[in-house]
Design a protein around this ligand. Structure first.
Ligand code: GAR
Length: 187
């Protein structure tokens, strides 16, 4: 199997990156993590790239033309698939057009509910009975692309933002790789 050269975009802890790297060691997993891009120089997740000898790049999104730098690096490393894993920046329309249906994102809610930031806070405030995570294609509208996979769990009376985050992330570690397998099974 020829694995798709994949870039993972991160901004922080990178636990999903770590999990994807570990899944990609399986010869049947359809992608190889060939590049990591972070918009945050001190993102802990960069350590997983270093440890696994995966090229990584810091992109300063405050400089003009940073999108071009992203694009050139994607080309340089032959990237054909992109996973947003806790990347807290909006992706440019140009990149979305160049990689149409080739960029996916993981979001910590049951989309279309709770798009955007501060999801756990809003979920609790809204007294939701269930929550979960969603993997979806990235299009021009925030957290609105076609859903690939979604899984939920029941919210318990004692749950708070911290416990919801932990439970959601635990679910993410199975849903993200499953979504990738699902995409390439039909391609
Ligand atoms: C993940 O839980 C992901 O769902 C969330 O950020 C976390 C990153 O964790 N993404 C968003 O909120 C996107 N709007 P990680 O850096 O440990 O993978």
């Amino acid at each position: 199997m020829v694995k798709k050269k994949t870039c993972v975009f991160i901004s922080g802890n990178g636990s999903n990156l770590k999990n994807l790297i570990s899944n990609s060691r399986n010869s049947n997993f359809p992608v190889k993590i060939s590049l990591v891009i972070s918009n945050n120089k001190s993102a802990y997740g960069i350590n997983y790239a270093k440890k696994n000898k995966i090229p990584y790049i810091f992109i300063n999104t405050k400089i003009q033309n940073y999108e071009n730098k992203i694009f050139l690096n994607l080309k340089k490393y032959g990237i054909s698939f992109i996973c947003l894993a806790g990347y807290m920046k909006i992706i440019s329309t140009k990149l979305i057009r160049d990689y149409r249906k080739k960029i996916i994102n993981i979001h910590p809610s049951l989309l279309p509910k709770f798009k955007g930031l501060n999801t756990f806070q809003r979920i609790l405030k809204n007294k939701e009975k269930k929550t979960g995570c969603t993997v979806h294609y990235v299009n021009e509208n925030l957290d609105s692309g076609t859903i690939i996979s979604q899984k939920s769990f029941d919210i318990l009376i004692n749950d708070n933002e911290n416990t919801l985050r932990k439970k959601t992330q635990r679910l993410e570690y199975s849903v993200f790789p499953q979504a990738i397998i699902k995409i390439f099974r039909y391609n």
